[in-house]
Design a protein around this ligand. Structure first.
Ligand SMILES: CCCCC/C=C/CC(=O)SCCNC(=O)CCNC(=O)[C@H](O)C(C)(C)COP(=O)(O)OP(=O)(O)OC[C@H]1O[C@@H](n2cnc3c(N)ncnc32)[C@H](O)[C@@H]1OP(=O)(O)O
Length: 393
């Protein structure tokens, strides 16, 4: 965890400052007195932060916190918080990562960062959003509509398309819009080499004021809303699985109508490893799709399936060679999107409607079990282990 936050903090610091007087390894300003911000500049910047029109996000807020502490108190010399005190430990790590940076340089870096934030929150966005579609709040999701197909693309390739809290909200909004737009088919896919690495495990480190209990309550409510959107989605829903899939991105596949996968894809649900339990209605759909013992191997023991195995077990519709995957899949989807849209909707309704009530009940139960799991030592230790780079799947 210390390493993770330290690495994060170093990365946030680098690249933010353009001064020639930088420590190359840290990207931090260590300039001489003539270059440095005054106490008055610093005080102004502190006031300016409160006036920012847009929330700069947790990563930037953490950097501001660290620079503020360094500028006002100097290098971090308070005891490190306990491993499970995620928030205070992350803050401590960020502050500690600034090492022996002088108070004056920290003050300058703080002023520079605030001035960049103020400038970007005042400049108009380069592209006006399409009139009929509210654009996602972050760049981590890209939604496009073309040829009768609305495509929702997970776009965080550097993090293997792990789902942040904001992305869950954006996917819900994108599905709601797609259910009403002109398109005949809706597709979920990923950018880069992964389809999706599941829930972003750092979501669990952003503890709200109500602590772990409140975090678990609000995550369970969001999970429930998120999965409900897939249960209720009225048009053909297709997953274009462009690479490995993990966790919730695998479990919700049971709620898709068609799943196309590259032969590079794999399907992994490591819930027990993470001290968690199945979601996405997989406790119901997986046994139905593949039989209870194959489902148990995946959901209890975290057995990872190859694309071919997932296809043999009915979770995947068809597997394509990676070299021709995109070309073949999109050609096929374009042809399908020309079929009469109302006929496709109505057929989907007949196939899915009698299951809906059951699926909603399963979703509610899975979300409520997870709410408890997320507060367990097993779960917190597994997440702390991943964050401290001791564990990877
Ligand atoms: C509303 C809440 C709902 C919650 C619903 C619950 C869902 C349950 C799940 O989804 S459980 C599944 C959770 N996912 C994982 O446990 C995957 C963890 N990731 C890994 O094990 C590996 O990263 C990997 C196997 C996916 C890929 O390994 P590889 O070596 O190829 O790549 P890196 O590990 O170097 O990853 C590149 C960077 O991406 C970050 N990252 C990857 N996955 C996640 C993730 N799930 N959460 C947060 N961050 C992730 C990784 O940390 C690297 O970042 P860095 O470059 O900054 O170090």
């Amino acid at each position: 965890m210390a390493g993770l936050a330290g690495r994060f903090a170093r990365r946030w610091c680098s690249g933010l400052l353009g001064s020639p007087l930088q420590v190359p390894a840290l990207g931090l300003h260590v300039g001489g007195p003539a270059m440095l911000a005054s106490q008055k500049d610093f005080n102004n910047a502190v006031s300016q932060v409160k006036l920012l029109k847009e929330d700069p996000g947790n990563e930037v807020k953490l950097k501001l916190y660290a620079l503020y502490k360094q500028a006002t108190e100097g290098p971090c010399n308070v005891p490190k918080p306990g491993m499970l005190d995620f928030i205070n430990k992350t803050k401590w790590d960020a502050w500690n990562a600034l090492g022996s940076l002088s108070k004056e340089a920290a003050r300058q870096n703080y002023v520079d960062l605030v001035s960049r934030l103020s400038a970007s929150s005042e400049s108009p966005s380069p592209e006006a959003p399409a009139a009929d579609r509210k654009q996602p709040e972050s760049d981590s999701l890209v939604v496009t509509s073309e040829d009768g197909i609305t495509t929702i693309r997970l776009n965080r390739p550097a993090k293997k398309n792990a789902l942040t809290t904001q992305m869950y909200h954006d996917i819900i909004a994108a599905l709601q819009a797609a259910s009403k737009d002109e398109s005949a088919i809706t597709v979920l896919t990923g950018s880069g080499d992964y389809y999706c690495s599941g829930n972003d495990l750092t979501n669990f480190t952003h503890l709200p004021a109500g602590g772990l209990e409140e975090m678990a309550r609000s995550a369970a409510a969001l999970l429930r809303d998120f999965v409900n959107c897939f249960i209720d989605f009225p048009k053909p829903l297709v997953a274009v699985v462009n690479g490995p899939a993990v966790g919730i991105s695998v479990t919700i596949l049971g709620l898709f109508d068609v799943v196309y996968a590259t032969d590079r894809a794999s399907f992994h649900t490591p819930f027990s490893h993470l001290g968690q339990s199945p979601e996405g209605c997989s406790s119901y759909t997986f046994p139905k799709i593949m039989g209870s013992s194959k489902a148990a191997e995946m959901l209890l023991f975290g057995k990872k399936l190859t694309a071919q195995e997932a296809c043999a077990q009915g979770l995947v519709t068809e597997v394509f060679p990676d070299g021709t995957f995109q070309k073949e899949v999109w050609a096929r989807l374009k042809a399908y999107s020309k079929l009469p849209p109302n006929a496709m909707r109505i057929s989907k309704q007949i196939i899915r409607n009698r299951e809906k009530e059951k699926l909603h009940a399963v979703n509610a139960e899975e979300s409520s079990v997870l709410r408890e799991r997320w507060q367990s030592d097993e779960c917190m230790n597994a997440i702390a282990s991943f964050l401290s780079r001791k564990a990877k799947l």
